[in-house]
Write a protein that binds this ligand. Structure first.
Ligand SMILES: Nc1ncnc2c1ncn2[C@@H]1O[C@H](COP(=O)(O)OP(=O)(O)OP(=O)(O)O)[C@@H](O)[C@H]1O
Ligand SMILES: [Mg+2]
Length: 285
């Protein structure tokens, strides 16, 4: 579905991505992990057209995305959420999702002005669909609340519902469970599984190794702008280069970073993880 070949990105003299080869087949949940600053978000920014790559190719369903504007890439069937939450706080949850639906609505400002029957029917369809998407992330009962009043975790879910409103085939999630407690994480994990079961392909960035390992069928690992491993969770977590990339992080952690970092968790669990972590078991229950 998505194919990156020899993709590189430089910012001035900084080589942020180096010759990335990555394939995301259609269906399922795919993970992208790697230490802080590895280049994960930059990769998403290139795929979604926010940055142009320095070299290399990005193909989606067999056609190039390079040079296309972000809204065009959304129309092609790619949607994303952001590491730093972007919801419209002064709007209701429902309105936030309807914004994502706009490309499926045919009535513009004129329809609004004259409130034609067709417009009203379409408005109802949009409202129903938005409510349905909110129910996928268990937020439908708060549909008419302002987004500003939502907890951090629920704002992430709202962003996910809005991304789904664009009817994507591939959903890119940048640290969807960051800042959530473990109950919220497990809930969202189940919701993401349910979304994938509806036929959406998911590629997600995450730091929490247990979360990724329990959820993803394949995991790619970025370190200093290079893919150092790519395979099933079992292969990846036993790969010495991956263990080194993570365990070597203790010293070079950025103390100014706002997002919680899950390293202490990881260094305890990671090398010893058996074939089924706690979250694996929870996910399969
Ligand atoms: N627009 C930019 N201009 C210059 N440097 C940038 C830009 N965007 C990202 N970088 C640099 O690229 C590197 C990779 O950043 P990126 O945000 O992709 O990492 P990440 O893997 O998402 O990290 P994190 O886990 O902390 O979110 C960092 O050194 C960052 O400072
Ligand atoms: Mg990032």
């Amino acid at each position: 579905m998505l194919e990156l070949r020899q993709l590189s990105k430089r910012f001035g003299g900084l080589h942020v991505l180096e010759a990335i080869d990555l394939v995301v087949p259609q269906g399922g949940i795919h993970g992208l992990i790697g230490p802080n600053g590895a280049g994960k978000t930059t990769l998403f920014n290139i795929i979604t057209g926010l940055y142009a790559p320095t070299s290399g190719t990005v193909d989606f369903e067999g056609a190039s995305l390079i040079g296309q504007r972000p809204h065009r890439i959304t129309q092609r069937g790619l949607a994303r959420t952001f590491q730093n939450i972007r919801v419209f706080k002064e709007m209701t949850l429902l309105e936030n999702v309807v914004v994502g639906l706009h490309r499926h609505l045919h009535y513009g400002a004129a329809g609004l002005l004259f409130a034609s029957r067709g417009y009203r029917a379409e408005e109802k369809r949009a409202r129903d669909r938005a409510l349905e998407l909110l129910s996928w992330v268990k937020l439908d009962r708060q549909a008419d609340d302002l987004a500003d009043n939502l907890s951090y975790g629920n704002q992430r879910k709202l962003e996910l519902a809005r991304a789904l409103a664009t009817e994507p085939k591939l959903l890119l999630l940048d640290e969807p469970v960051a800042g959530m407690n473990s109950v919220e994480k497990t809930d969202l994990m189940r919701e993401i599984e349910a979304i994938a079961a509806r036929g959406y392909t998911v590629l997600l960035i995450e730091h929490d190794m247990r979360f990724v390992m329990g959820l993803c069928s394949r995991v790619g690992v970025l370190n200093f702008g290079r893919i150092i491993a790519d395979g099933t969770p079992d292969t990846v977590r036993n790969d010495p280069r991956v263990i080194e990339a993570y365990l070597g992080r203790d010293d070079d952690e950025d103390p100014t970073r706002e997002q919680p970092v899950h390293l202490p968790d990881l260094s305890g669990d990671f090398p010893a993880l058996g074939s089924a972590s706690r979250l694996d078991l929870e996910a399969r229950r």
